[in-house]
Design a protein around this ligand. Structure first.
Ligand SMILES: [Zn+2]
Length: 157
């Protein structure tokens, strides 16, 4: 019988990871154990897919300590670990959203990442980056915006 877990990301009872995602003895071992206990295997797979996008779109360099820190932060946010759930926007990660800025722009895009100060979005409707967003020069046309320039952000219908 394979183990299941009550997943804190999707809220469902689903198969657990067979092994913790980080090796014992590394500095991430405890986090790996926590993930194995709290996150189901399908949700962790979603994170891996999301992680690839983040590395590409946010130009995350995971060999650099700052890049690693940001990567970990995005992972905790995405998986609802450690207060990620207190961020009202974390549940919209990797989903189509409609964002309205204080500059009066209203556009549909995909929410890729969130830090304390900025949001990163991609796949802007129409393919061009609207006013108020700072392009991050990537193939998918991602761009960031300061959180305080965001008026509303809601799931796209
Ligand atoms: Zn899950």
């Amino acid at each position: 019988m394979s183990a299941t877990t009550q997943c804190i990301k999707c809220g469902e009872l689903k198969p657990a990871l067979t092994n913790p995602p980080f090796r014992a003895g590394t500095k991430l071992a405890d986090l790996g154990t926590e993930i194995q206990q709290k996150i189901c295997a399908p949700c962790y797979r979603d994170w891996i897919n999301m992680s690839v996008k983040l590395v590409n779109e946010m130009r995350l360099d995971t060999t650099d300590p700052r890049g690693q820190e940001l990567w970990l932060k995005q992972m905790k946010l995405f998986l609802n670990l450690e207060g990620g759930s207190t961020d009202p926007w974390s549940r919209h990660l990797d989903k189509p959203v409609v964002i309205e800025t204080t500059g009066g722009v209203r556009v549909r895009a995909t929410l890729l990442g969130a830090t304390a100060d900025t949001l990163t979005l991609a796949d802007f409707d129409g393919g061009t980056i609207p006013a108020g967003f700072e392009p991050s020069a990537s193939a998918r046309g991602s761009a960031t915006i300061a959180r305080d320039a965001v008026k509303t952000l809601e799931p796209a219908a």
